[in-house]
Design a protein around this ligand. Structure first.
Ligand code: PEP
Ligand code: MG
Length: 330
């Protein structure tokens, strides 16, 4: 089977009836060691910038960040690289920035922390923008957004960083131009599901984080083994939330991708494509499998699967339906 799967990896991610799906990878750790861009995927859908921060014993300087981000942007040529601003807190502590909270997942994490520390946000934003000088494959993504106010504040800081970097650039190279990266927001706090219409005019794209969306929608700690059986992306509530998001994004005419683990899960990928998602970002080790499935199904089969999955009343039933389909595909 591995050989059959490998045979398809150089071919486009397209269903049997010709529906193309953009496949990207999630990166963070691998980037420090250089990600090989082998042509099997379409860029980075999620670069978790907190990972290089977590591996240091102090905040990386602006120059260090610029070098690292530049290396990443450059190694992908024209392909997009979605860099997410620092998402620390929750399960991702920084050893040199200790936080003590009773409920860290409901506390000071992601955009909340960086908006309270605009100097951290601005240094990172400037580094990203400076790394994109002479290029235009950077996109910026904001984690843990729960209100329009946070988007507006982050956009204001990004704007400030943009003019600072541009002015410095023009002083060195008169007439030089600096690309303005697209701005996106993670859909991972459930409250955002009901604000998409308000937020859409302020952003260029959305990206669904199914890991946190599942955790917060079901109120289940994603890392607590005691409640691991309740952490269920196949839960009817999660499937309906994902349906709501794609319908809203179509209606509001905003591109949306999925970058949580569900996108790299073969059954999850099938359901997402049936719902209408056309951009999936995943850990690189899931890529070949997901591409193989896409190349070997017809979207009408996926539609039938989705209809059955949405009729199911228990996550276990959804899993059974999805696994039966996977088995029948071989
Ligand atoms: C997510 O929440 O689904 C996500 C992609 O982000 P992270 O796993 O880094 O929280
Ligand atoms: Mg998340």
């Amino acid at each position: 089977l591995a050989e059959i799967v490998a045979r398809d990896r150089d071919l486009p991610a397209q269903t049997q009836d010709g529906v193309a799906v953009t496949l990207q990878i999630n990166a963070g750790l691998n980037i420090e060691h250089g990600v090989e861009h082998n042509g099997h995927y379409d860029g980075i859908g999620l670069y978790r910038t907190e990972i290089p921060f977590m591996m240091k014993d102090r905040f990386p300087t602006e120059a260090e960040q610029t070098d690292l981000y530049h290396q990443v942007l450059q190694s992908f040529g024209d392909l997009p690289v979605v860099m997410r601003t620092l998402d620390v807190g929750g399960d991702k502590p920084l050893p040199y920035f200790p936080l003590h909270e009773d409920n860290p997942f409901l506390g000071w994490r992601g955009i909340r922390l960086t908006l309270d520390h605009p100097e951290i946000f601005l240094v990172q934003a400037r580094a990203m923008l400076a790394a994109n000088v002479g290029r235009s494959n950077l996109k910026i993504l904001l984690p843990m957004i729960s209100s329009l106010e946070e988007v507006e504040e982050a956009a204001r800081l990004l704007n400030q960083a943009y003019f600072e970097v541009r002015n410095e650039l023009v002083q060195k190279q008169p007439g030089a131009t600096l690309a303005r990266p697209e701005l996106g927001v993670m859909i991972e706090v459930p409250g955002i599901l009901y604000q998409l219409e308000m937020i859409a005019p302020r952003v260029d794209f959305f990206s669904v984080g199914t890991n946190d969306l599942t955790q917060y929608l079901l109120a289940v700690d994603r890392n607590n083994p005691r409640v691991a059986s309740l952490y269920e992306p196949y839960h009817p509530a999660v499937l309906r939330a994902l349906m709501h998001i794609i319908e809203e994004c179509h209606r509001l005419d905003r591109p949306v991708s999925v970058c949580g683990e569900f996108a790299g899960d073969p059954g999850g990928a099938m359901l997402l494509i049936a719902m209408g998602y056309r951009n999936l970002s995943m850990n690189s080790h899931n890529l070949d499998k997901v591409k193989w499935i896409i190349r070997n199904v017809h979207t009408s089969t996926l539609q039938v699967l989705l209809t059955q999955a949405l009729k199911a009343r228990h996550p276990s039933q959804v899993r059974r339906i999805v696994n039966n389909k996977l088995e029948s595909l071989g």
